[in-house]
Write a protein of this length. Structure first.
Length: 379
């Protein structure tokens, strides 16, 4: 009987231990799940507490910095809270979906549009620059030292301005060009007036010319002379110009140049002399060297007897002897005599009185019409 209780006691103790072990094993997963859930709730609580905690955020808008105290957790909510507008082309340092942390610094720069023409293209670009220079720098538009910018670099921008960049380039070129020769004239008394003769032929020279060509947007707008070097001097052309009065040989068959009416008489003339000088002479010794006893006293070179109102002495190379002329202010006269002092456009008028001849003196500026061997008449 004593052995049976001992066996029963052992069985009951083993069963109790087995039950405890089974209960612990079966509920371990439940206990673990409850523990993890508790940890997650605690984490979420702290996260919620952190998200709703007041944060200090620095917001810089167009260079003006403001420190904002906010409970917002996302940047776009903060922007809405602070009524800060961010346009499509504005620049912001982080995405608007960024979650905020205490001590964050957000940088926002608003842009404005400009119409930029450069390098053959016109584009609408958005810039934070407040001047033309600032916009070009902001947009990384390189400006060369010779380039032109319109408007000026220091011009302010308010939006939608037209900005033009003109690319200026320069290039040097060298060219050999001719040097024109000069024509030099020299008076030559051996040539008849109006005649010319080449004494020396002219010859072109040459020079090396260096030119700076200026282009604006590829178009040539200017050429500036830099320097020039003479390679060969030019040789002047020398022309002799005649000064000798022409000898006009008139004859009765020479054609009339025109007709004119003088002292009521219309006549044709074969030659007209301008700026003629008039002098006066008489038949006496003072003019001719002959007195009344001289066999040639009072006789002309053509053999006629000197007659006041008719006789004149001329240069026979200018007015043929025996021809009639009309002298403005004096009337018709006949070329019957010559004289040593009568040369070219000079006429010596005969007067009977030596004292009147002296009184007549020398007169200038007369016009003389050379008519011919026959005296014109009113008929």
């Amino acid at each position: 009987m004593g052995a049976i209780p001992a066996q029963d006691t052992h069985v009951r103790r083993s069963s109790s231990m087995a039950f405890a072990w089974r209960w612990k094993h079966e509920n371990f997963r439940v206990i673990g799940s409850i523990g993890l859930f508790s940890i997650a709730l605690t984490f979420m609580f702290f996260m919620l507490l952190h998200g709703t905690a007041t944060k200090s955020v620095s917001v810089v808008v167009n260079g003006h910095e403001t420190v904002v105290q906010t409970k917002q957790g996302v940047l776009k909510h903060l922007l809405d809270e602070q009524a800060i507008t961010v346009g499509e082309h504005d620049r912001i340092s982080v995405s608007t979906d960024t979650k905020l942390k205490n001590g964050d610094r957000i940088v926002i720069n608003h842009t404005s549009p400009i119409q930029l023409t450069a390098d053959g293209e016109t584009r609408t670009l958005y810039t934070t620059g407040k001047t033309v220079a600032g916009a070009l720098e902001d947009l990384n538009i390189t400006i060369g030292s010779e380039d032109k910018v319109l408007p000026a670099l220091d011009a302010p921008l308010t939006g939608n301005e037209e900005v033009k960049v003109v690319r200026v380039t320069k290039e040097l070129s060298e060219e050999t060009v001719p040097i024109a020769f000069e024509t030099v004239t020299k008076k030559d008394g051996s040539l008849v007036k109006g005649k010319e003769k080449i004494v020396q032929e002219g010859k072109e020279g040459s020079k090396l010319v260096k030119v700076e060509k200026v282009y604006e947007d590829g178009k040539l707008v200017a050429e500036n002379l830099v320097n020039e070097t003479v390679q060969a001097e030019s040789v002047s052309k020398v022309v002799a110009v005649g000064t000798k009065a022409p000898v006009v040989i008139l004859s009765n068959s020479s054609p009339n140049l025109d007709e004119v009416t003088k002292s009521g008489v219309t006549f044709g003339y074969k030659k007209v002399l301008n700026n003629v000088k008039l002098t006066a002479y008489s038949a006496g010794v003072e003019s001719t060297g002959k007195d009344s006893s001289h066999p040639g006293f009072g006789k002309t070179y053509t053999g006629t007897t000197v007659t006041e109102g008719r006789t004149i002495a001329v240069d026979k190379n200018v007015i043929p002897l025996g021809w009639w002329v009309y002298i403005d202010g004096l009337g018709f006269r006949r070329a019957e005599d010559i004289g040593s002092g009568v040369k070219g456009n000079t006429i010596d008028v005969y007067f009977d009185s030596m004292s009147y001849a002296n009184k007549f003196g020398t007169k200038y500026g007369y016009t003389v019409y050379v008519i011919g061997p026959k005296k014109p008449s009113a008929d």
